[in-house]
Each structure stands twice: as C-alpha cells, then as structure tokens.
Write a protein that binds this ligand. Structure first.
Ligand code: NI
Length: 138
C-alpha cells in the first residue's frame, strides 16, 4: 500500500456564524472568524490517496488525472469565492475548515475511486497554526 499526496491552494472568503445566534454569541464562539463583514484565508488543501503501485507504470495513480479531478470539482468552485454564499457543495453548512474538509471528501471520494485509488485523507490548512484532517466517517 502506498500513499500519495497532492497539494493545491485556494483563497476564499467566509464567516463562521449561526444565523440563529446574536453577533455577540457568534463572536464568543468563533472569534474573529465571525466578523459580519467577512474575511478570507489562503487555504492549502492536501489530498492523500492510497493504492498499490502499478508495476507496468510505476505509479499509484495518474497525477494528471488526480490533479484535474481536484481542480475541476473543488478548486474552480471555491477559489476566490465566498464559501458561505457561492460554493454549492458548502450550501447549508457552517463554513468551518472541518465542514470544508468533509464536503470536499464527499465531492471527491467517488471520483477518486473511479481513478483506481482510494481517498485516504483530506487536509485543510486554514492558517499556519491550524489545520484539520478528515479520514472519512467511522
Ligand atoms: Ni476565518
């Protein structure tokens, strides 16, 4: 079994908040990320897949295919967008890194299976001090 990771970046705006809470309650939980006037992050996305190396090609997956899947289904839809209002796969979810990782997993998992490997991890780095990793539901 071999693990391969592809890195991509995007920048996007968001606000962490629950509409049924007051600004003060949101600020208490989410801090600066609940700013009602939005703000952005330079996100780094790591997609890790696992599989066996094909002895004919020496590769676990065609990187061109994998990169295209990630760009087409994720990056083009989220880069320079407002995650709360403009990203279809984030509709109805709080725009946290946790939820972004889960939504990206759901978008990519079946497509990556189609490319002959298994999705292992979606990692999102939101700031240099915070990142999340999602390994699928138990
Ligand atoms: Ni934020």
């Amino acid at each position: 079994m071999l693990y391969l990771t592809r890195r991509e970046t995007f920048n996007a705006g968001h606000r962490l908040f629950r509409p049924d809470w007051t600004d003060e309650e949101n600020e208490n939980l989410y801090g600066k990320c609940s700013n009602p006037h939005w703000h952005g992050h330079n996100y780094v996305l790591y997609i890790t897949v696992k599989g066996n190396v094909n002895p004919e090609t020496g590769l676990v997956v065609n990187l061109k295919t994998l990169g295209k899947l990630i760009r087409e289904h994720i990056i083009e839809k989220i880069d320079h967008m407002n995650i709360n209002t403009q990203v279809g796969f984030m509709k109805g979810r709080i725009a946290s890194s946790e939820n972004i990782a889960i939504a990206i997993w759901e978008e990519l998992e079946p497509r990556i299976k189609g490319a002959g490997v298994k999705l292992h991890c979606v990692k999102i780095v939101e700031t240099e001090n915070n990142y999340v990793e999602f390994y699928g539901k138990e």
